[in-house]
Each structure stands twice: as C-alpha cells, then as structure tokens.
Write a protein that binds this ligand. Sequence first.
Ligand code: NAI
Length: 287
Amino acid sequence: MPTKKIAVIGGGTMGSGISLTAATNGIHAVVVDVNEVQLSKAKMYHEKQCARAVLKERMTQEESDVAVSKLSYVSSMQEAEGVDWAIEAATENVAIKKKLFIQMQDTFEDSVVLATNTSSISITDLASAVPEAEHRVIGMHFFNPVPVMKLVEVIKGKKTSEETTAATIALSESMGKIPVPANDFAGFVSNRVLMPMINEAFHAWSDGVAEPEDIDSIMKLGCAFPMGPLRLADYIGLDVCRDIMMVMYEGLNQNEKYLPNEKLVALVEAGNLGDKSGQGVFNYEKG
Ligand code: NAI
C-alpha cells in the first residue's frame, strides 16, 4: 500500500526538506521537533518555498495550497497520529538517535517502517536499540537541498527485511528520488568520499596553502565543482560535518584521516555553524 502519512523526526535543514518533498508529492508529513523555534522555522521555510514555486510557475496556486495543507508541526511524537512511515532526521548523535528509535517503536504501529536519514551512523547499531523492530529499520539518506537533489542512499542493516527495503525504494521513487544501495559502513559511500575532501580543504586553509575563497575557486574552476568544499561545508552545517567525521573516525578503525580539522572544530565551538547560524567559514548575515 502506498505511504500516505509520514512522521519526520527533527525539523532542521533535512527534516524541513524531507517533509516538503513528501508534501509536494502528495504525502502528508508531520514534522516533530522538540525545539519550537525550529518548528516555526520549518513552517516558514515550507510556506516560502511553496510561494516561490508558484512565482516561478513550477506549481499552481492550488497545488501549493494542497502541499501546505499536507504539512503539520508538533513537538512530541505522540501528537503524530495515524502515520504509516517514520523518518528520523534529528541531530547526528548515536545516543540521541537510539533514544528516538525506542520512542518511535513505542509510539507508532508495529507495521510502520522506522527509517533514518543518518549521514554516517551504522544502521545495524541504531537498529540494535529496538530488537523487536530491527527488520523495520533502514537507512534512507536524502541529500541537501532535498527538494532538488535526486539521490536517496538506501542502507540495509543486518536484519532489515526485503519487504522494508522494497517499500523504501517505492517511497523514494514516489517522492521523485532515485534510490541507490550502499552497504552499512560508517559514512556509507557519499560521506566516505565527501568528508575527507572537505576536511582536506580545511587542512589546506590551516596550512596556509590558500585563503578560503581561493580554495573554493580553485576547486570550482579546476574540478568543475558546482560549489567549493568550504562553501559546501557551511551549507551542510559545520556541526553536522564534524559529527559525521567523528562517527567515521570511530567507525573506521579510528583512522586519524577522519579526525576533523582544528579550524573546523573551533568554528563549531564558537557557534559558527554555517548558513544556519549566519556565519561559518563565510558570512551569510547579509544574505
Ligand atoms: P539540524 O541541526 O539542522 O537539525 C536537527 C534537528 O533535530 C534540530 O531541529 C533539533 O531540534 C532536532 N532534534 C534534536 N533532538 C531531537 C529530538 N529528541 N526529537 C526531535 N527533534 C530533535 O541537522 P540536519 O542538517 O537537519 O541533520 C539531521 C540529520 O540528517 C543528521 O543525522 C545528519 O547527519 C543528516 N544529514 C544531514 C545533511 C546535511 O546536509 N545537513 C545531509 C544528509 C543527512
């Protein structure tokens, strides 16, 4: 049966994008976030994106109204009633996510797939928090910005069932995405390749090889990247990048090549997280 209503746990950068993409593809989405400010931001983002799509003639006013009407915002999972799918998109932290999986298992019906948008954490490890539901746990890794990026990396845990996998592929496709499988190693494929490059760009900056603008220009002009690695790190969120690198460091034999660069860590510790805080490697306060 096609998925009709999903709960998206976490209404930050990714949760906002996943819920919007569901709604514009006819699926109801309930955004669950413990932070009320984040819920208001998600709602504002949805309304702005839908209004923009009408202006750009990518949607009619009626389609935009329908999409907005499919979105709702709550601060606890218990308020997300009647969902037939859950996607966890909260902070990249094993302890937080395991607690959320236990809560999801306790709150939602036994038939609900418990997917996670984790960038790097082992699906088998997250599933171990809910032994009775392990067959329903799967990695469903969307990319930022979700409404635009086509890929969903699909990662099975050791006990993920074929039924769960097939349903995940079907849901990804019904959201206009292209699902591609990856095995359950820290960072999967995308971040295994991307994060060392971002980290290396920080090392190049720290070593004085070039200034951030020039590092990005060199990679854009010389390697045909649409966005330089430091600009991309700000866009992803420097805290998210640091957390992913730490998961990869721990999960891939504590290989030091995954340890986040000191400048990256210092920016995060100073609250300079990138686009979402207005300042990261670059400044975004004036847009
Ligand atoms: P974010 O920091 O923008 O948002 C995380 C949200 O989770 C926050 O709004 C926070 O209030 C909420 N949250 C934390 N604990 C919660 C709880 N117990 N219950 C409900 N909500 C809770 O982070 P972002 O970037 O959206 O990342 C979310 C997940 O998606 C992470 O696992 C990250 O690794 C992954 N991801 C991030 C990408 C990116 O480009 N930022 C790309 C693909 C995956």
